[in-house]
Design a protein around this ligand. Sequence first.
Ligand code: FES
Length: 129
Amino acid sequence: MANVTFSAPSLAKNVTVYAVAGDPKHSTLLALAKAHGIQIPCQCQDGECGSCLVKITYLGTNQQRAQTLTEKEKLTLSVNGKLTKDWLAKAENDDITPPYRLACQYIVADEEILVEFSGEPGVEIDLRR
Ligand code: FES
């Protein structure tokens, strides 16, 4: 069972939803958000535009492994400056997943996560608030 909390300035309060890991109807974070009326900006829905940028914080003990990063996601995050060479090396060599991900590419697993997004396409959440 996945426990996913969405947080954004556009939401009146944080929204926590539950999902069955691997459910094809809610397999991605973007699909899960849509199913619960949470609007994460998205344009291509195919990992190419970067508009669905989210920051993931693992709250439980089941941290997702970095191999779930697709080549397309690596490229888009790198081009948009959200996947540094250091984080790419950690992902590829140490299997540590980076903090910024694309909601349309992120497959929800059996995990407890906080998903933060700005509400503006491709703009990272301002963590100073
Ligand atoms: S919607 Fe374009 S990368 Fe996710």
